[in-house]
Design a protein around this ligand. Structure first.
Ligand code: AP5
Length: 219
């Protein structure tokens, strides 16, 4: 049975970091809605132009655009064995759309690891985050620094700071998360597929906890 894993958690919790590791380990696709929007902005597509204003302000991109974009991504051949979803769903409407979308193929979400990190840690993580220009590999000045300052270990491309990682936008993203995305914690808890993960441990320990809940829910 294909594996669909939804990583839930606030901005800066480590969803992208963990999704990259888990997807590689389990040979699954990594679907990051934020990365797909950023690629569209870089390529100046119509979708990118519509998403940019919302992202710059730390608001969510409207559901209709986001749901259609992820639906297209899930239809790609590399998602047939399953995927790790990072940053989607983020609203009740997105969660319901994902369920319908998977059910059409006879699939379902296997588990939802919820990476729990307090707000003060999120701000520290996001203000020190650097991302590579070529493939979005993520570093942190203090917690996971690159070997050569300013450059990606994996592909050598220069690192940059995301424009929505400035303090005011970060605070807005955390507020929007609390209002629109945090209700999904109870939604998935009631469905019996939520697993709370302590996100303030070392990266490797967080990975281990996520792998354990994937193992526990294997079908
Ligand atoms: P998106 O790109 O999804 O951003 P986000 O959810 O705010 O999450 P981040 O990427 O900021 O954080 P993360 O949890 O992935 O943490 P990371 O691993 O990088 O979305 C951006 C925008 O796009 C949204 O604001 C919205 O506008 C739009 N959007 C996207 N999806 C949408 C949707 N579904 N609907 C509507 N709009 C949408 O880690 C952070 C830092 O911490 C890194 O430096 C990392 O090295 C470090 N770190 C990670 N883990 C640890 C650890 N255990 N210990 C110490 N440091 C750690």
């Amino acid at each position: 049975m294909p594996k669909y894993i939804v990583l839930l958690g606030p901005p800066g919790a480590g969803k992208g970091t963990q999704a990259t590791i888990i997807a590689k380990k389990l040979n699954l696709a990594h679907i990051s809605s934020g990365n797909i929007f950023r690629e569209n902005i870089d390529n100046q597509t119509e979708l990118g132009k519509r998403a940019q204003g919302y992202m710059d302000q730390g608001q969510l991109v409207p559901d209709d655009l986001t749901i259609a974009m992820v639906r297209d991504r899930l239809a790609q051949p590399d998602c047939q064995a399953g995927a790790v979803l990072d940053g989607f769903p983020r609203t009740a409407a997105q969660a319901q759309a994902l369920e319908r979308n998977l059910a059409e193929q006879g699939n379902e979400i296997q588990c939802v690891p919820y990476i729990n990190v307090p707000d003060e840690t999120l701000i520290e993580r996001l203000s020190g985050r650097w991302t590579c220009t070529q493939a979005g590999h993520v570093y942190h000045l203090k917690f996971s620094p690159p070997q050569k300052a300013g450059f990606c270990d994996k592909d050598g491309s220069p690192l940059y700071q995301r424009s929505d990682d400035h303090q005011e936008t970060v605070e807005n993203r955390i507020r929007v998360y609390g209002e629109q995305t945090a209700p999904l914690i109870d939604y998935y808890r009631q469905a019996g597929i939520l697993f709370e993960i302590d996100g303030i441990c070392e990266i490797e320990q967080v990975t281990q906890s996520i792998l354990e809940c994937i193992e526990k829910t294997n079908k």
